[in-house]
Design a protein. Structure first.
Length: 83
């Protein structure tokens, strides 16, 4: 009887591990996509800063771009830490 259960348990364990892996991959992909979107937003805001009509406006836009880049980096870090 044990000889029948051992392979079944091993196969079930592999299936569960594979499911977790797919879920982890999906979470990583989602976080990385969010990071990429934030980076693109940061680039657009940075370009707006280049076209700013005043130094104050330019500084504000550059700060926004920096904040977006920081959020993007946080998303990449989260993706690296998905378990």
């Amino acid at each position: 009887m044990r000889k029948l259960f051992a392979p079944t348990i091993a196969a079930a364990t592999l299936l569960v591990a594979a499911c977790d892996s797919a879920a982890e991959d999906q979470a990583e992909d989602s976080l990385e996509a969010q990071g990429e979107a934030l980076e693109e937003q940061a680039e657009m805001v940075d370009e707006q800063a280049d076209d700013a009509t005043s130094e104050v406006e330019e500084d504000q836009l550059e700060e926004q771009a920096d904040a977006l880049e920081e959020r993007a980096e946080e998303k990449y870090d989260e993706a690296d830490n998905v378990e």
